[in-house]
Design a protein around this ligand. Sequence first.
Ligand code: ZN
Length: 227
Amino acid sequence: MCIQHEKPTYRRIEIQLPTTPPPGVPPLPPVIYFDVDTRFTPTETTRIRNLIVLNIGTWNQHFQEKEFSPYLSQLAMCTQKYAIRNLTPDWSRGPAITSGTEAANLAMNTLTQRFIENGTGKADVAKIDYRIPEPGERSTIRAKTAKRQFKVPLSVTINPQAIADQTISDLNLRGSLFHAWFHRCGFDHPEDVYTTYFIGEAPMCVMRGFQDKNPNVPDTVLTQFFD
Ligand SMILES: [Zn+2]
């Protein structure tokens, strides 16, 4: 019998942010911190770290691309084509967001906020929790939808079996991580419904390398990695 309710222990990892902030981004702390459940193996922890680094790269790329005509990132242009629902984060009290472009910009700006809060100690250190799904349950990377705008740690819960599974590509896991991070930015969707929702379409754009959807490939090929 294994002990189910033992308190998890964590090992802190540091991940560097770009020393020069991307254009239009305020000064950044040098590193952000994640407390990783010690049940993840060193190999799994390395893969998780790599996914975070690659997603920070996509976040950086968004701001770099915005510098040049048409002043929209590939992420924003792709999201604009497909996302029409839940474009406004739950915490927003301003006017509803009406375009995928605007939602993508806000999501990336909110991620900037999350990184700054993390690296300056204004939010709790993000936790990477460990959870093996129940039999019959599907899970990759999950996170709770943030109900407030500020001081939200980028905490997620990861299925170690998905991280150990080399048949799941980094790109698909990165989409799963972005989906979870967008929950931490306040975006949401009805259970198991992803198509047309910002939090489904924007990560799918990343997973397709910002290419248009192929009508012969159902969204479920990608959304199976979303919680
Ligand atoms: Zn979700």
